[in-house]
Design a binder for this molecule. Structure first.
Ligand SMILES: [Zn+2]
Length: 104
Protein backbone atom coordinates (compact mmCIF):
# COMPACT_ATOMS: atom_id res chain seq x y z
CA UNK A 1 0.00 0.00 0.00
CA UNK A 2 1.15 3.52 -0.65
CA UNK A 3 -0.04 7.05 -0.02
CA UNK A 4 -0.28 9.39 -2.98
CA UNK A 5 -0.84 13.12 -3.00
CA UNK A 6 -2.59 14.45 -6.06
CA UNK A 7 -0.61 17.19 -7.78
CA UNK A 8 -2.71 17.40 -10.94
CA UNK A 9 -4.22 20.71 -9.95
CA UNK A 10 -7.15 22.28 -11.75
CA UNK A 11 -10.38 20.50 -10.86
CA UNK A 12 -8.54 17.90 -8.78
CA UNK A 13 -8.00 18.88 -5.14
CA UNK A 14 -4.72 17.84 -3.54
CA UNK A 15 -6.22 15.01 -1.51
CA UNK A 16 -4.02 12.20 -0.24
CA UNK A 17 -5.08 8.74 -1.37
CA UNK A 18 -4.26 5.36 0.11
CA UNK A 19 -3.98 2.88 -2.73
CA UNK A 20 -3.25 -0.83 -2.82
CA UNK A 21 -2.30 -1.73 -6.37
CA UNK A 22 -5.18 -0.27 -8.38
CA UNK A 23 -7.62 -0.30 -5.44
CA UNK A 24 -8.48 2.89 -3.60
CA UNK A 25 -8.70 2.16 0.12
CA UNK A 26 -9.07 5.53 1.77
CA UNK A 27 -8.36 9.20 1.37
CA UNK A 28 -7.57 12.29 3.42
CA UNK A 29 -9.09 15.53 2.23
CA UNK A 30 -6.75 18.39 1.47
CA UNK A 31 -6.04 20.33 4.66
CA UNK A 32 -7.50 17.62 6.91
CA UNK A 33 -5.81 14.92 8.95
CA UNK A 34 -8.58 12.35 9.36
CA UNK A 35 -8.68 9.54 6.85
CA UNK A 36 -11.98 8.37 5.37
CA UNK A 37 -11.99 4.64 4.71
CA UNK A 38 -14.25 3.28 2.01
CA UNK A 39 -16.40 0.43 3.21
CA UNK A 40 -15.32 -1.53 0.16
CA UNK A 41 -12.15 -0.65 -1.75
CA UNK A 42 -12.82 1.12 -5.03
CA UNK A 43 -11.38 -1.07 -7.73
CA UNK A 44 -9.51 0.35 -10.69
CA UNK A 45 -8.57 3.76 -9.30
CA UNK A 46 -7.99 5.66 -12.53
CA UNK A 47 -4.80 7.73 -12.43
CA UNK A 48 -4.60 8.39 -16.16
CA UNK A 49 -4.11 12.05 -16.98
CA UNK A 50 -3.53 12.89 -13.32
CA UNK A 51 -0.31 13.45 -11.39
CA UNK A 52 0.65 12.11 -7.99
CA UNK A 53 3.58 12.31 -5.63
CA UNK A 54 4.39 10.02 -2.72
CA UNK A 55 2.32 11.11 0.26
CA UNK A 56 2.47 10.77 4.01
CA UNK A 57 1.50 7.19 4.80
CA UNK A 58 1.29 8.09 8.47
CA UNK A 59 -1.99 9.86 7.77
CA UNK A 60 -3.52 6.42 7.39
CA UNK A 61 -2.02 4.71 10.40
CA UNK A 62 -4.02 6.79 12.81
CA UNK A 63 -7.03 5.29 14.47
CA UNK A 64 -10.02 5.05 12.19
CA UNK A 65 -12.91 7.44 12.72
CA UNK A 66 -14.99 6.03 15.56
CA UNK A 67 -18.15 4.85 13.89
CA UNK A 68 -18.30 6.72 10.62
CA UNK A 69 -18.45 5.00 7.27
CA UNK A 70 -18.01 6.51 3.87
CA UNK A 71 -20.39 5.31 1.20
CA UNK A 72 -20.59 6.03 -2.50
CA UNK A 73 -24.02 7.12 -3.74
CA UNK A 74 -25.65 5.92 -6.93
CA UNK A 75 -24.33 8.91 -8.84
CA UNK A 76 -20.84 8.75 -7.39
CA UNK A 77 -21.37 11.18 -4.54
CA UNK A 78 -19.49 10.48 -1.33
CA UNK A 79 -21.47 10.45 1.92
CA UNK A 80 -20.39 9.97 5.50
CA UNK A 81 -22.67 7.71 7.51
CA UNK A 82 -22.66 7.27 11.28
CA UNK A 83 -25.03 5.36 13.56
CA UNK A 84 -27.50 8.22 13.63
CA UNK A 85 -26.77 10.46 10.67
CA UNK A 86 -25.92 10.58 7.02
CA UNK A 87 -24.77 13.46 4.86
CA UNK A 88 -26.95 12.51 1.87
CA UNK A 89 -30.03 14.52 0.75
CA UNK A 90 -32.38 11.65 1.64
CA UNK A 91 -31.42 11.79 5.28
CA UNK A 92 -31.64 15.57 5.24
CA UNK A 93 -35.25 15.45 4.02
CA UNK A 94 -36.59 12.32 5.70
CA UNK A 95 -34.31 11.69 8.66
CA UNK A 96 -33.49 8.24 7.34
CA UNK A 97 -32.01 6.73 4.20
CA UNK A 98 -30.85 3.55 2.57
CA UNK A 99 -27.26 4.13 3.60
CA UNK A 100 -28.11 3.82 7.28
CA UNK A 101 -29.99 0.58 6.69
CA UNK A 102 -26.86 -0.89 5.17
CA UNK A 103 -24.73 0.32 8.07
CA UNK A 104 -24.03 -2.57 10.42
ZN1 LIG B 1 -27.75 8.45 3.19
Amino acid sequence: MQALVETTGGQFPAHTYLVDGTNLIAYVKKGETEAFYFKNPIKGFDKRGRKFEPGNINLFTQKKASNANTVIGSSGQVYTVTEDSCTCPGFTYRGSCKHMVKHD
